[in-house]
Design a protein around this ligand. Structure first.
Ligand SMILES: C[S@@+](CC[C@H](N)C(=O)[O-])C[C@H]1O[C@@H](n2cnc3c(N)ncnc32)[C@H](O)[C@@H]1O
Length: 267
């Protein structure tokens, strides 16, 4: 992780800002990403070309965010009493969905370096009951951090773990899902994405190049399971798989990469 916070978190905020999907995203961008945002806005063709060259990476990020938005709203309406964003990065969802979140507590859990960067740039309005929890998923005891941070283990929650699992070793993925299971009430919804690559040939080699680029940003891809391994990981954590959808099947995002799987599980 970079000392100034996650570069991939800033990159996905850039994608949302450039797409016009998130009015709060531009304020989260540091000087370098702000310059890229200005260029992208002036010349949208640059963004489209980048998405193509990156095998639909931008579309994948936008698709998962739109899909999880809908799932979060659905879970809140079904009675979730708290919202937990694991690896929150510069996700402005609590503010964008303030009308749905209402007075529920929102727990923004992230690596300390990214959490610090976000705290310096987060929007102040609309007012949300936001609580910051600094946790390194690879080292810290997440269940303890959630409990001490005020997450209610007896209340249903909606937990979003977006754009994070692929950066962690399998042991940390298992530990995180197990800790989530132990930390929230019955009837909770757990949403996360996994980069499931079963592809071979040229496309797999191109993916390898893409992984090299992400790795050069200080966050190499580590967990690349098959769909069967996702199921096994959920089983081991005591979570029930409800649905898996590929990002490219989310309406309006056919360019998204088929390897990105969007997972809905419940406690
Ligand atoms: C691609 S960003 C996604 C951010 C946000 N969920 C979103 O979709 O906008 C990856 C996030 O995972 C967090 N992360 C990566 N490794 C982590 C770790 N070991 N512990 C805690 N957070 C981690 C980063 O700080 C960053 O916020």
């Amino acid at each position: 992780m970079n000392r100034g916070g996650s570069l991939t978190a800033e990159a996905v905020a850039l994608f949302r800002a450039a797409a016009g999907d998130d009015p709060y995203a531009p304020a989260f961008l540091g000087p370098t990403f702000r310059r890229l945002f200005d260029l992208w806005r002036r010349a949208p063709v640059v963004g489209r070309a980048f998405d193509r060259a990156a095998l639909g990476l931008v579309s994948s990020v936008l698709a998962r965010h739109a899909w999880f938005d809908a799932e979060v709203v659905r879970a809140l309406e079904a009675g979730a009493a708290q919202l937990v964003l694991l690896g929150a990065g510069f996700d402005a969802r609590p503010w964008r969905l303030a009308h749905h979140v209402g007075g529920r507590p929102v727990f923004l859990v992230d690596h300390p370096s990214t959490a610090a960067a976000r705290a310096a740039r987060a929007p102040g309005a609309p007012p949300i009951d936001v609580r910051r929890l600094d946790v390194d998923f690879g080292r810290d005891d997440l269940a303890t951090a959630l409990r001490e941070g005020g997450v209610d283990a007896d209340a249903p929650a909606v937990v979003v773990w977006e754009g994070v699992s692929m950066y962690l070793p399998v042991a940390a993925v298992r530990a995180t899902l197990t800790a989530v299971r132990a930390s929230v009430g019955a009837g909770s919804t757990v949403l996360f994405d996994a980069w499931c690559s079963a592809e071979r040939g040229l496309r797999a080699r191109l993916e390898g190049v893409g992984r090299g680029v992400v790795g050069a940003m200080g966050e190499p891809l580590r967990w690349v399971p098959t769909p069967g391994e996702v199921q096994q990981t959920l089983d081991a954590a005591g979570l029930a798989l409800q649905a898996t959808r590929r990002a490219c099947d989310v309406p309006a995002y056919p360019r998204a990469h088929p390897a990105m799987h969007l997972i809905t599980a419940t406690t």
